[in-house]
Design a protein. Sequence first.
Length: 155
Amino acid sequence: DLDKALGRISSGLYIITAKRGETTSAMLASWVAQASVEPAGISIAVAKDRAIESLMHVGDRFVLNILEEGNYQPLMKHFLKRFPPGADRVATIKGYSASNGCPILADSLAYLECEVVSRMEGDDHWIVYSTVDIGRVAKADSLTAVHHRKVGNHY
């Protein structure tokens, strides 16, 4: 019953993109929440075994690409694929660079440019708190894609 109840916590769908030097990484995320107003801040749960985790330390910058309801399936399918270690997950995706150098996905509903301020260790995830420097909405009348789970013991 606990897993079923936990799974009912709703969330959006996002692609986190990060770049440091020549290394670029990305991941599909759903455990994202606004965490502060002044300064604007968000929290993200990042599994400890994710490749992008090494690019999500204090001082690192990334982009939170917010996916659009009804238009997220191709991006979600792409980012759920297995990639070989070190592969550039965004190399074949249409996009452009944010002012912080990280990829913005062209098909995103909106994006936020962020900087990691702190991390809290959980058993299997890092909770990453980041401030938001810049944000833009591409389609003002569209809605954020929503992720519904049946159980809370896996994504």
